[in-house]
Write a protein that binds this ligand. Structure first.
Ligand code: NAD
Length: 344
């Protein structure tokens, strides 16, 4: 075979179901790479509670250095303590590497029966500002303030990202999602930035919907949307809602994108309720890896993985429990490898 191109990739297996789904994804990518002349040099690191136990740091310096050097990471979910404890590893990494855009395509897989067949929409979520800035303090006992940070720079940057993406990929419509009737200054600024950017893209229809109405509109008729352009928190909530349209959190991938580095991870969390039981669906992280393969300019490997994945769904014989099947994580991964090697 020809000399292989080797990609160095930082791997964060993560917590809960993280090691199971990332193990499955690595196995599938290795098989796809072997057939398409692409090799992966994985650089695995702990983050969060596991890392703290071993190194005394939640995000070890070696992990930061690795992402900075490799510029690409594949990340499993990391558990974040509720109501105290350490700051979210996910949010910290997004801030550290200025991964300002969270890109989440919501699309049906073939053969999987859902209430909304043929859906194809994209969520573009601002990834660094808003209430996620985590700026909270106790004003006086019994009164706490959380600061919602919205900037002209951040809003313009994410709007530009969404419109550029739409232009490049022939998308027709963008809805900016807001609550500017109540948050007049913050969401008002976000909207004004979106409007200004929209003027540079006359071929793309621009609309504004209030977030609560958007939830109802989405459930009534998600087909009316093409790209949802959102601040950080609304985008977080709408992502989980939209995942349900195409079969749930086991399916929907994501990319955290900046100008220097990129971290690819599923929308879902560490799913402690099913961790360690060979029940998790690796599809969401696998589709995140497909986004990563396109990002590192390996389209043939990406297409091989996606085709294998879609074949397994079309056949419907080796699916995980969350999408109505009876197979485990490992059997599913083996089925994708087999489908890539013997396409229908
Ligand atoms: P979750 O996404 O982990 O789970 C929600 C539900 O979806 C659970 O019933 C779970 O079993 C199911 N589910 C999720 N992924 C699945 C998969 N791949 N296959 C099958 N079923 C799946 O949300 P949660 O329980 O609210 O959060 C758990 C932890 O994950 C929290 O600590 C949270 O902070 C963290 N989290 C991390 C990230 C991230 O790393 N980017 C994102 C979201 C949540």
């Amino acid at each position: 075979t020809a000399t292989k191109k080797t990609h160095r990739i930082t791997l964060i297996p993560g917590d809960g179901i993280g090691p199971e789904v990332s193990g499955a994804v690595v196995k599938i990518l290795e098989a796809a790479g072997a057939a398409t002349g692409v090799a992966f040099d994985w650089h695995p690191y702990d983050a969060g509670a596991n890392a703290f136990e071993k190194t005394g740091e939640y995000i070890p310096k070696v992990l930061y250095d690795s992402i900075e050097k490799n510029r690409v990471a594949l990340k499993g979910p990391v558990t974040t303590p509720v109501g105290g404890g350490f700051a979210s590893i996910n949010v910290t990494l997004r801030k550290k590497f200025e991964l300002f855009a969270n890109f989440r395509p919501v699309k049906n897989l073939p053969g999987l029966k859902t209430k909304y067949p043929g859906l194809d929409l994209v969520i573009v979520r601002e990834n660094m500002e808003d209430l996620y800035a985590g700026l909270e303090h106790e004003v006086v006992p019994g009164v706490v303030q959380a600061l919602k940070i919205i900037t002209e720079k951040g809003s313009t940057r994410i709007a530009k990202f969404a419109f550029d993406y739409a232009r490049k990929h022939g998308r027709k419509k963008i809805h900016a999602i807001h609550k500017a009737n109540i948050m007049k200054l913050s969401d008002g600024l976000f909207l004004r930035c979106c409007q200004t950017v929209a003027k540079e893209f006359p071929e793309i229809a621009y609309h504004e919907h209030i977030v609560d109405n958007t939830c109802m509109q989405l459930v009534m008729n998600p087909y009316q949307y093409d790209i949802l352009l959102t601040e950080n928190l609304y985008g977080d909530i709408l992502s989980d809602l939209c995942s349900a349209f195409v079969g749930g959190l086991g399916l929907v991938p994501g990319a955290n994108l900046g100008t220097e580095c990129a971290i690819f991870e599923a929308v879902h969390g560490s799913a402690p309720d099913i961790a360690g039981k060979d029940l998790a669906n690796p599809t969401a992280l696998l589709q995140s890896a497909v986004l990563m393969l396109h990002h590192i300019d390996e389209p043939a490997t990406a297409e091989r993985v996606q085709a294998g994945l879609e074949q397994v769904y079309r056949e419907g014989k080796t699916l995980t429990k969350d999408v109505g099947g009876t197979s485990g994580t490992k059997a599913f991964a083996d089925a994708v490898v087999a489908a890539m090697e013997a396409p229908a």
